[in-house]
Ligand binder design. Structure first.
Ligand code: NAP
Length: 495
């Protein structure tokens, strides 16, 4: 079997997972990481109150089980420490080149040519874009955006050592980041104003911590650890009406009213009718990703927290202006305004077999075969590409299936010295199944969310987790086109 040059772009959870799978199979590879440390979104997001919204038992890599997280929904820094630990435990660091960004990636007819930010060029037979979907921050395009006199920053760029005592803090946004920030800073007693353009449904699960004796037991062995985590899950107090994780999918319509009532009951606990009305959503739950916070509804009722039920329209040196013309005076502004979840590999440009970029091929409507590959882009593999699960299957489980499948493709590519890409027919068939199913899911119910594609079709996986596993267990070689490696071929040709 000939050696292939495999490059993974990004050393977040996805890149690390792929790296470990390749290492296990004895396949050589290099990881290129633009920052100075692994972790991706967990490295970048350091805001107060950050915690993962998937239980610890489901948010870990199967080859690095960890039973002694401190709580059911561990903090962001704890997840970041875990990822750094995974890297060192599996000796992955020696494969990573830090501080280099891939600027351009071009299929030259027989290989990929990568141009790096330091001017270097690198040839590759396989490129795995593990570039993440919560990476490119979105700031609203508002008049005067840069005019604010105090610190103003995106939630994923929290300034180290920022002093908040005595400051009036504005938090713009009511997604998971805005909710967690408001809950945390409000609980700490800071003067917080949250700008809520669209109120969210919120799950109020508790976040129980592991007691010292449980930590000891968790550390005594995998069986005990798994038991401790399972018991911890039992203490999060999830409303049984929300416990079926598939109530958002097609065919589960009858479970949705129950879920909605469970969430409505939580908002109803807000005593002030005006505040309650301001924070009651008017769209079907689940359509936007549901933030989790055990404390948000309590915290917003404190005197030091103010909810402004409006979007921000303008920025002035002294604060933020809402549509009614009110200037809300502030000392610090946090833009918890989300991410460009359709950026995929951007700003890296990727030119395929016919010279067109991924961006051009997608023309604002990203698509893929199985979420991991695109016709015309041989041996280019995406982790969490368009229509990969980013909601109803925990990320580590998605990665288990996707990386397992991709490694099998890399083995075929090495054995036969070919580059593989999906056929147009197979990709169209995949798209047709999505277009049929997605409108029947909660995400197809018409509210705007970061899943929404330019054509209105939410870019989301509409199936169960078991179907994800089964799909990727099937190699479906008939769906793949084989392009010779190392031999320049004319644009558009395949074998
Ligand atoms: P997000 O869900 O996209 O929320 C962005 C928010 O900004 C929305 O509430 C949006 O309002 C608001 N917004 C944008 N422009 C505005 C303006 N001019 N005035 C007022 N509000 C404005 O972003 P996010 O909260 O960063 O979360 C993104 C995803 O990251 C989450 O869904 C989740 O998957 C992940 N995440 C996970 C965790 C965790 O695991 N604990 C924590 C944080 C984030 P509209 O709704 O009206 O557009």
């Amino acid at each position: 079997m000939g050696e292939l040059r495999v490059v993974i772009v990004g050393a977040g959870m996805s890149g690390l997972y792929m790296a470990k799978m390749l290492a296990d199979r004895g396949i050589g590879f290099t990881v290129l990481e633009k920052a100075g440390e692994v972790g991706g979104t967990w490295r970048d997001n350091r805001y107060p109150g950050l915690s993962v919204d998937i239980p610890a038992a489901r948010y870990q890599l199967e080859f690095s089980p960890k039973y002694d997280f401190s709580a059911a929904f561990p903090s962001g820094p704890e997840i970041q420490d875990y990822l750094v630990g995974v890297t060192d435990e599996h000796d992955l660091r020696r494969h990573i080149r830090f501080g280099v960004e891939v600027v351009d990636c071009r299929w030259t007819g027989g290989e990929w040519l990568l141009t790096l930010s330091d001017g270097d060029e690198l040839g590759a037979d396989v490129v795995v874009a593990a570039t993440g979907f919560l990476r490119v921050p979105t700031l609203p395009r508002l008049p005067g955006l840069d005019s604010f006199a105090g610190p103003a920053f995106h939630s994923s760029a929290w300034p180290e050592g920022l002093e908040l005592a005595g400051k009036r803090i504005g938090i713009v946004g009511s997604g998971s980041s805005g909710i967690q920030l408001t809950a945390e800073l409000g609980a700490r007693g800071h003067a917080v104003t949250q700008f809520v353009r669209t109120p969210q449904w919120i799950e109020t699960n508790l976040n129980p911590a592991l007691a010292p004796d449980e930590l000891d037991r968790a550390r005594s062995g995998p069986e005990q650890g798994a038991e401790v985590l399972a018991a911890l899950m039992g203490r999060i107090g999830q409303d049984p009406r929300l416990s079926d994780p598939y109530w958002k999918l097609a065919g589960a319509g009858d479970k949705r009213p129950l879920a909605q009532q469970a969430l409505r009951d939580d908002v109803a606990a807000i005593r002030d009718p005006e505040l309650r009305a301001a924070l009651t959503p008017d769209f079907p739950p689940g359509c936007k990703r549901i933030p989790k916070s055990p404390t948000y509804y309590d915290v917003v009722q404190r005197e030091n927290v103010r909810i402004v039920r409006a979007g921000v329209e303008r920025v002035v040196p002294e604060g933020l202006v809402t549509p009614d013309g009110t200037v809300h005076e502030l000392d610090v502004v946090v833009w918890a305004t989300g991410f460009d979840t359709h950026a995929y590999t951007s700003p890296m440009t990727v030119h395929g077999r016919d010279g067109r970029t991924l961006h051009e091929v997608w023309a604002g409507r990203p698509y893929s075969y199985r979420g991991v590959s695109v016709p015309g882009f041989p041996n280019l593999f995406l982790l969490h590409g368009p229509f990969s699960p980013i909601n109803n299957v925990p990320v580590p489980d998605t990665l288990r299936d996707e990386t397992g499948y991709l490694c099998r493709l890399v083995e075929i590519a090495a054995r036969d010295q070919v580059a593989l890409e999906p056929t147009h027919e197979a990709t169209e068939a995949f798209r047709a199944r999505l277009a049929e199913l997605i409108p029947q899911t909660v995400w197809g119910s018409g509210c705007t969310s970061w899943y929404q594609g330019a054509d209105g079709l939410p870019v989301i996986w509409p199936w169960f987790e078991a179907e994800h596993r089964a799909l990727f267990a099937d190699l479906a070689e008939q769906d793949l086109l084989r392009v010779p490696l190392g031999v320049p071929v004319a644009a558009g040709e395949g074998a």
